[in-house]
Design a binder for this molecule. Structure first.
Ligand code: TTP
Ligand code: MG
Length: 397
């Protein structure tokens, strides 16, 4: 397939919450896992594929799931953990193509147009995405690839779980002709019933109606449905900078030009950002300094590091260098550190030929991890960098 043909990839994790539970608790693997609270009013958030065989599914009342699958093991949801794994998945996708649009906790679109030169056929790109996600998280996902977004989403659902479906441009008319309307995004129960009433069973059947006829019955969705029936969908993959960065910023108690005070603020913020990176299993390649002056003018300065980092010390070194290179024209009101171009910590790191101040030796990693472990056990304030301890704190101790 040529590089100029648009290709969109849709990735959706398999039984996401349940798979994370099975990964974290090996004794649950191969079992009927139902994520949700088992109370009378509880609802199933998702179920492992083992439990789905008994008819258990998302949004089902817990009592009904229990009746259908008495051997089902109920596990209460741990949303923070799922968000953590999700961040790691999204960062992993960005190692394949930077054009990633996360759309929910467990799914994302990627624009892989032109990736062929680097990674080969769509099939090989899809395989690579699945392999990388599995290497990073131990979980399986399903991938669909098609020339437009809505077909990529439909494709990722076709061979779930652990699926990989590629719809080549040539195959689009055939897929549309056979696609039950219930599978089309935006077609719920009511719309499906209405379409069935018109004798429309597959997306291909929609082509028998004019835009006017469809609008009269379906409102604004009519023309959209007709475009999909023709294989058209011009919705782009939207890459948001926000989802690809982490930051910490503080408005100062009093405006200042004192570099020592600013460096100290940056150290605490660098530690915060570093801790979040480590918690999410990520490293950052780009560090940004943000300053707002007392007149509300704002500047940002960024640096790209040779070696992606996740330690507070390395982030601080980079951001202090940015601060030193900037001549403060007036007092500072707000200061912040940002980390972007995030990579999963397992991804291969290109070794720097010229070790710089911001290179991150292994022993820093180990020290940081030890600090994280203590902080997790005894609370964040039990361990702090010496330069962040206010001398008055230690008085009389
Ligand atoms: P889905 O991707 O819809 O479902 P899934 O990943 O569990 O299963 P699969 O994709 O293999 O069919 O949703 C992702 C997660 O979102 C899911 O694991 C749990 C959560 N979720 C809810 O909390 N409530 C819901 O009603 C749905 C559908 C999902
Ligand atoms: Mg899913």
């Amino acid at each position: 397939m040529g590089a100029s043909i648009p290709m969109i990839l849709h990735m959706d994790m398999d039984a996401f919450f349940a798979s994370v539970e099975q990964f974290d608790h090996p004794e649950l693997r191969g079992k009927c896992v139902i994520v949700g609270t088992a109370t009378d009013r509880g609802v199933v958030t998702t179920a492992s594929y083992e439990a789905r065989r008994f008819g258990v599914h998302s949004a089902m009342p817990a009592f009904q799931a229990r009746r259908l699958c008495p051997q089902g093991i109920f596990v209460p949801p741990r949303r923070e953990r799922y968000a953590e794994v999700s961040a790691r998945i999204m960062a992993t996708l960005e190692t394949v193509s930077p054009r990633v649009e996360p759309v929910s906790i467990d799914e994302a679109y990627m624009d892989i147009t032109g990736c062929g030169r680097l990674f080969g056929t769509p099939d090989r790109i899809g395989r690579r995405v699945k392999d990388r996600v599995c290497e990073e998280t131990g979980l399986t996902c399903s991938v669909g690839i098609a020339p437009v977004k809505f077909l990529a989403k439909i494709a990722s659902d076709m061979e779930k779980p652990d699926g990989l479906t590629v719809i080549c441009p040539d195959a689009v008319p055939e897929v549309i002709a056979a696609l039950p309307v219930e599978k089309v995004p935006g077609v719920g129960k009511t719309t499906a019933a209405l379409l069935h009433g018109l004798g429309i069973r597959t997306l291909g059947d929609v082509n028998r109606y004019s835009e006017g006829q469809l609008s009269a019955r379906l409102g604004k969705f009519g023309p959209r449905l007709l475009r999909m029936a023709r294989g058209e969908d011009d919705s782009p993959v939207i890459v948001s900078e926000e989802s690809r960065s982490m930051g910490s910023e503080t408005t100062l108690a009093a405006d200042t030009m004192d570099p020592e005070c600013l460096r100290r603020m940056l150290l605490a913020q660098s530690e915060t950002v570093a801790r979040r990176l480590r918690r999410h299993g990520l490293r950052a390649k780009c560090i940004t300094l943000k300053l707002k002056h007392d007149d509300f003018t704002q500047i940002t300065r960024s640096t790209t590091l040779a070696c992606p980092v996740q330690s507070g010390r390395a982030i601080h070194a980079a951001v202090v260098e940015l601060l030193s290179a900037y001549r403060l024209p007036r007092p500072v009101r707000l200061i912040g550190v940002g980390a972007s171009r995030l990579l999963p910590e397992g991804s291969p790191v290109q070794q720097s030929l010229f070790p710089s101040e911001t290179a991150e030796p292994k022993d820093w990693d180990q020290a940081d991890r030890a600090v994280d472990a203590i902080a997790e056990k005894f609370g964040r304030d039990t361990v702090r960098r010496a330069s962040l301890i206010d001398p008055e704190d230690t008085d009389g101790q």
